[in-house]
Design a protein around this ligand. Structure first.
Ligand code: SF4
Length: 267
């Protein structure tokens, strides 16, 4: 089997440059010379109708769909001249167009107690609340969230910036995990806490991260640089602060993303 590949140095360089830009970013140009879109549905639950619609969109605009490791559906092979139409068709069908830029990502989750025999808490309503409140909020680097319905952590809870897993009495919260070239396991920040407190903690973690991070710094590095206890104390100090400002900023950022104001759409 031949798996060899020739690196496209110019494309790689252009992609690295695009990654340095602040705010939301889409997948942009791929090695086939066409473009890709990251598409999703909140809680990763879809209906047959939604899949039929997406199948039509793939048929019309893309060469293939790919299931990403983060529970997104990547539409690959979109021609430059079709990109805006494909993007609008995805939004009109009720899907999210997802960013891979410097902002709060969607929540990767498992089915939790609604379906899994091991689930200790229900996951979908909490996932929906976290996404409605914070998705697309600008952050110093990408900010991933993972949520699992029990300590088995099928959603890779401890490999995300903000990871949550259920226990009998509520939720445990972990921060500072990541994959990439040098993976880091998240550390426990709090818990068990109630579901409403998870939202409050996420607001406080985002506020602290935005205040304390160096430009372009992932949360794992910020925590490493400051020390876990210092970061934990910063979170504790803003835990009771209302988060309407973050919610409004995230809403505006999502709106801009849906209007196509993202880096790498068609360049
Ligand atoms: S994390 Fe627990 S509840 Fe979720 S799918 Fe895995 S075993 Fe089930």
């Amino acid at each position: 089997m031949d798996t060899s590949a020739q690196l496209d140095v110019a494309l790689r360089k252009a992609t690295v440059e695009r990654k340095k830009r602040e705010g939301s970013r889409c997948l942009g140009k791929q090695r086939d010379g066409h473009y890709a879109l990251s598409v999703g549905v909140p809680t990763a639950c879809f209906t047959a109708d939604q899949l039929h619609t997406l199948a039509d969109i793939v048929d019309r605009y893309a060469s293939v769909g790919h299931m990403s490791t983060a529970q997104s559906m990547i539409l690959l092979g979109i021609k430059r001249q079709d990109f805006d139409q494909a993007r609008q068709a995805v939004l009109d069908a009720g899907f999210q167009v997802r960013s891979v830029g410097r902002d709060v990502f969607h929540v990767k989750c498992c089915p939790g107690a609604d379906f899994s025999p091991f689930g200790l808490q229900r996951t979908f309503n909490l996932v929906a609340k976290l996404e409605e409140t914070f998705r697309a909020l600008p952050t110093p680097q990408k900010f991933k969230i993972a949520l699992s319905g029990c300590p088995n952590c099928c959603a890779n809870t401890r490999l995300a910036e903000f990871g949550v897993h259920a226990v009998t009495k509520g939720w445990k919260i972990f921060v500072g995990g990541k994959m990439g070239f040098a993976p880091v396991t998240a550390q426990q920040l709090a818990g068990p806490v109630e579901a409403d407190q998870v939202v409050q903690y996420l607001a406080a973690v985002l506020r602290s991260y935005r205040d304390l991070a160096e430009p372009n710094e992932r949360l794992a590095r910020t925590i490493d640089r400051l020390g876990f206890e210092a970061f934990q104390s910063a979170v504790a100090q803003c835990l009771d602060q209302p988060y309407d400002d973050l919610e409004e900023e995230a809403r505006r950022s999502r709106q801009a993303m849906e209007q196509g104001e993202v880096a790498g759409a068609v360049e």
